[in-house]
Design a protein around this ligand. Structure first.
Ligand code: ZN
Length: 269
């Protein structure tokens, strides 16, 4: 692996909230119940701002100060399909089944786009959480809250529950920042209902796969296309698929030198 970078590297931050029961180690392994909640696109700055404004009372009360881990290093690539498939399979991101929203086969052929990737992501989730995906779709998203309230029931039969909360991300994409912030509050309210029904000795971890920014950004797709030209087979941030992988080093350097991109990684031969 070779890394080319400008004069600074910025690590994005992801948010991790956790309450690990104090008597965790005193319990038998069988009794250690874990709830893992994936809140899609929960950005740290937005979370902290909303918390400061008092708009997330349930998360604040439940996790306290010590339960919020602010400065973790993000998953990379921090793309929803990559995070979901690697967490499910218990592998590092470079071994994840899905590299992002576009894939090729091992030989660099057969580009598969978003629909195919979406379907593969849906079925790389725990079977019972597959329907969580449709609760990200506006209108159907009203079912996300009631679905999350099923967790205490499933906890009777399962030691580990993973729940995917997508509507924060989808509302941000469809409607913008104001609705996104509202959705953080909706999650907080539903989380408040959930914890009132949870046993005391359960462990809860909330994490996010990536953050979100609003306003005008740089159209990286156009810049990448202009630099890489005909050699570009497919691009889905942050991954480039090349027709000629031997030219990876040249493209990596050109991207750092001539675009706003600050750092590139590529596998050398
Ligand atoms: Zn996501």
């Amino acid at each position: 692996m070779t890394i080319i970078f400008k004069n600074s590297i910025c690590f994005s931050l992801v948010l991790l909230l956790q309450v690990i029961s104090a008597d965790l180690f005193a319990q038998s392994e069988r009794d250690q119940k874990l709830i893992l909640i994936h809140v899609d696109g929960l950005s740290l700055p937005h979370f902290l701002d909303e918390k400061e404004r008092g708009n997330l009372p349930n998360l604040t009360a439940y996790f306290g100060v010590e339960g919020i881990i602010k400065n973790t290093v993000t998953y990379f690539p921090s793309k929803t399909p990559t995070v979901i498939s690697s967490v499910k399979d218990g592998v590092t991101p470079d071994n994840a089944a899905l590299a992002g929203w576009i894939q090729t086969d091992e030989n660099g052929n057969n580009v598969r786009g978003m629909v195919s990737t979406f379907l593969q992501m849906a079925f790389s989730k725990p079977r019972m959480a597959t329907t969580n995906l449709i609760y990200g779709i506006p209108i159907l998203d009203n079912l996300a809250g009631p679905a999350m309230q099923n967790i205490p029931t499933y906890l009777r039969d399962y030691d580990v529950i993973q729940f995917f909360w997508y509507k924060t991300d989808t509302h941000a994409h469809f409607y913008g920042e104001e609705r996104y912030l509202k959705q953080l509050q909706v999650f907080d309210r539903e989380f408040g209902k959930l914890i009132r029904r949870l046993p005391d000795d359960v462990n809860v971890v909330i994490y996010s796969d990536h953050g979100l920014t609003f306003g005008e950004g740089i159209d990286l797709g156009n810049e990448v296309e202009a630099i890489v030209g005909d050699d570009l087979l497919a691009y889905s941030f942050p991954t480039l698929y090349l027709n000629d992988p031997d030219r990876a080093a040249t493209h990596a350097k050109n991207l750092v030198d001539h675009t706003a991109i600050a750092v590139t990684f590529y596998r050398g031969g």
